[in-house]
Design a protein around this ligand. Structure first.
Ligand SMILES: [Zn+2]
Length: 87
């Protein structure tokens, strides 16, 4: 609760975040500055933290077009319910 001028305020605005980034932060940890979260399974809708890796942009680009490093069986219904976190 934040009271500046007598009016109590609560957080009502939520950041929209990419679900796989939220999953990474929840299960792995903070995402390093400028890092991108790469899908080792090449399934963009996957939010399985074991399939996510923080990499540099150049590494992410380098991997683009390569064969997926992991096979993903979670297509469409990842194991993590993507949460929307307050600021
Ligand atoms: Zn996956």
């Amino acid at each position: 609760m934040n009271i500046k001028d007598g009016y109590p305020r609560i957080g009502v605005h939520y950041k929209k975040m990419l679900a796989h980034r939220v999953a990474y932060m929840d299960f792995i940890g903070a995402i390093p500055d400028r890092a991108e979260i790469d899908h080792l399974c090449f399934n963009k809708s996957c939010v399985n933290p074991q399939h996510l890796e923080a990499v540099s942009k150049s590494e992410n680009l380098r991997r683009a077009g390569a064969v997926g490093l992991m096979h993903c069986r979670t297509r469409g219904n990842g194991v993590v319910a993507a949460a929307v976190h307050p600021d």
